[in-house]
Design a protein around this ligand. Structure first.
Ligand code: ADP
Length: 688
């Protein structure tokens, strides 16, 4: 399931792959109904199934026993009839022998021969003999007993049998007799003479054991235990090869009129043990156990799964609220650049809903028509993995037409398997920041303008201050020349010198005015490589001419150009020199002013030191305060302006009393950048 878009997530929850609260409720109801997380129902079905199968097996077992019992009864009846039939045919055979004996007067060997033949035909006959009325045996098959008593017939029993057979004129079967040899037997007695009870009788001894052995077929004997019992269930003959099965009731049937008091019992053999059935029952039990165990395992697995689903749900909800709480717009794209997900902040930012955006390929609806080419180019750059670390700035158009600036950062979108699936971009609305910046810029420009106006005021004062000097010089040169002319001493050389000085002063005044003009026209100070030593030399030269008393020394050790505006710095040097000269004026010829230009690290320092009285304490405390002056005609602006100029250059102007007396002022300028040629201290039209 693809969880990347919110719509997909919700669909997943609906479909139940992430269990939604509704499914949760359903599960709780199920749990309440069936217990144990809904597993009780299948468990009960398994138990029921196992019970049913077991019942089926037991039923089949009972049915089988029933069938066996029916078979047993059928076989018992069959064997009973066979025995009945055998006995009656034996009785008939003995009857025929008796009749033949009577009719043919068979006796001795002749009887014995017939008796042997009959004995061979009836293996059940243990003995077959011709018995006289007294009980002694006159003839019979070989190994014949001597008397009827040996054949198990007592005198009384024999008499009863004789009487019965005589009356019925037919062979009779006696009750059970116990002969001297062999097991219990029956005796068949038939009259063999015309004398009736006083005559001879044919007596056959039928062994019950042999009867069973001969008459019960082997396939019955193989399956069933056979026995002949008396009325008291006393066994008389058995044919069995093992224990009877107590589970199947034995069948007992009477021999019928032919042998009253005799019964045939038939019992089924116990089966060794029903392996198949037991195995089947065992297998069913095992299967039921396995099914229950797997159900239990499944329940545990489900519980664990539910737990991890719950955690996933929590995590998803957490992430979603985090995503939605972001003020930064998030937008995920696939590798082709199609949008796959956006967050709420992004929707708010562009004014298009997730449904409008997901699946969209570039150009996006929030791109500005006029920027499409550029935006697409940047967009494609990201798709090949080329994105700037500092992000990219775009201007987009909201759905309502309002434009906004966004700073976009892109990062690869890596899925759970670590595969690169696309790109995720964060959109920071920087419109407010941009507006604030513009406002700040505007304000600073206003401020600058105001400052410039203030400076213009200062400049006006400076101009007055500065122009004062060249104008005074011009005026004094002119006055001097007029004097010479008036005195008629107009030496052209002297006049030329004076005129040159006057022209130079006029030019300086012009330069000052131009600079002021430039400044008012907002032209920036022109920072360029500046040979400070040459400029200092020029200013010193001029100062020497102006202030003839004393000495102005120049000490240069700097070897590289500084960076600065030539006109402005010249202004500073002139000012410092003038202040020094004026301060040390009282010294007369002993006035000493020393100007040093030296390099300190990557700066050039210019210092002006004098041997004047130094700075009065109240002045020293407020040195750069405007309109602070001790001079009658001073304006107290020179140092203030100088400091502004030096500060514009990024430097600092300092002034203090020097250790050996007098005052010392100094400022530093940065070295010019390499590769730029320094302007000389003497620009065009300037003569040193
Ligand atoms: P101004 O020259 O018009 O007075 P400045 O700003 O140039 O204005 O100087 C202010 C004051 O600082 C001067 O009036 C003076 O008292 C004092 N000052 C400046 N330079 C020196 C110096 N080299 N020695 C002693 N005092 C000085």
């Amino acid at each position: 399931m693809d969880f990347r878009s919110r719509a997909n997530r919700e669909a997943a929850i609906e479909a139940g792959s992430v269990v939604a609260p509704r499914a949760d409720r359903r599960r709780r109801i199920l749990t309440r109904l069936f217990g144990w997380g809904g597993e009780a129902l299948p468990l009960a079905s398994i138990a029921l199934l196992a019970a049913l199968v077991a019942a089926l097996v037991l039923l089949a077992d009972r049915q089988e026993r029933e069938t066996r019992r029916l078979d047993l009864v059928r076989d018992a009846l069959w064997v009973g009839e066979a025995l009945d039939f055998a006995l009656s045919s034996q009785r008939e055979a003995v009857q025929r022998l008796a009749e033949d004996t009577q009719r043919g007067g068979l006796a001795g060997e002749a009887f014995a021969a017939r008796a042997r033949t009959l004995s061979a035909a009836y293996a059940e006959f243990a003995a077959l003999a011709l018995v006289e009325a007294g009980g002694e045996i006159s003839a019979g098959a070989q190994d014949r007993p001597d008397s009827v008593a040996q054949m198990g017939l007592g005198a009384e029993e024999f008499a009863t049998a004789r009487a019965a057979s005589t009356v019925s004129r037919h062979a009779v079967i006696t009750g059970v007799v116990r002969p001297a040899e062999g097991g219990p037997a029956l005796a068949i007695v038939a009259p063999a003479s015309a004398q009736g009870a006083a005559g001879a009788f044919v007596v056959a001894q039928v062994s019950l054991d042999k009867l069973l052995a001969q008459q019960a077929p082997w396939w019955v004997a193989e399956r069933l235990a056979l026995a002949i019992v008396d009325a008291d269930d006393e066994p008389l003959a058995r044919r069995a090869r093992g224990e009877a099965d107590p589970a199947i009731a034995p069948h007992k049937s009477a021999f019928g009129p032919i042998a009253p008091g005799l019964f045939l019992t038939v019992a089924a053999y116990a089966r060794p043990s029903n392996v198949t059935q037991n195995a089947l029952l065992g297998a069913i039990a095992a299967m039921a156990i396995v099914a229950a165990a797997s159900l239990w395992a499944r329940a545990r697995h489900l519980a664990r799964r539910r737990e991890s689903e719950r955690r996933l749900r929590e995590e998803t909800a957490f992430r979603r609220s985090m995503e939605d709480s972001l003020t930064i717009g998030m937008r995920a794209r696939d590798l082709e650049g199609r949008i796959i997900s956006v967050n709420a902040a992004f929707e708010r930012m562009v004014g298009w809903s997730e449904a409008d955006l997901v699946g969209r390929a570039p150009p996006m609806p929030y791109w500005r028509e006029e920027d499409i080419a550029r935006t697409r180019a940047l967009h494609d750059k990201v798709l090949v993995g080329d994105m700037p670390d500092q992000g990219m700035e775009f201007r987009f158009r909201r759905r309502d037409g309002v434009e906004f600036d966004a700073l976009v950062y892109e990062a690869p979108l890596i899925d759970a398997e670590g595969a690169h699936r696309g790109w995720i971009g964060s959109f920071l609305d920087i419109t407010a920041r941009r507006q604030a910046e513009a406002l700040a810029r505007e304000q600073s420009e206003t401020l600058e303008r105001t400052a410039r106006l203030v400076t213009i005021g200062e400049m006006a004062s400076l101009v007055a201050h500065e122009l004062n000097q060249p104008l005074a010089a011009i005026s004094s040169w002119n006055a001097g020349m007029l004097n010479l002319l008036a005195q008629g001493e107009a030496d052209p050389d002297v006049l030329r010198g004076a005129l040159e000085r006057s022209a130079e002063a006029a030019q300086r005044a012009g330069r000052i005015l131009r600079r002021v003009q430039d400044f008012v026209r907002r032209s920036e100070p022109r920072f360029e490589p500046l040979d400070l030593a040459a400029l200092a030399a020029e200013c010193v030269e001029r100062a020497r001419r102006e202030h003839r008393d004393g000495e102005i020394a120049l000490d240069v050790t700097a070897d590289a150009p500084a960076q600065g505006d030539r006109i402005l710095i010249e202004q500073v040097i002139v000012n410092l020199l003038r202040n020094a000269a004026e301060a040390a004026q009282a010294q007369g010829a002993a006035r000493r002013i020393r100007v040093t230009v030296r390099r300190i690290d990557d700066e050039i320092e210019l210092a002006v030191r004098d041997n004047g009285p130094g700075l009065p304490p109240d002045v020293a405390a407020r040195l750069f305060t405007p309109f602070q002056t001790t001079k009658e005609k001073g304006m107290g602006l020179g140092l203030t302006i100088c400091r502004s100029i030096v500060e514009v250059h990024g430097g600092r102007l300092t002034g203090a009393n020097a250790p050996g007396g007098g005052a010392a002022f100094a400022f530093r300028l940065r070295l010019a950048e390499q590769g730029e040629a320094a302007t000389t201290g003497a620009p065009t039209g300037q003569a040193a």
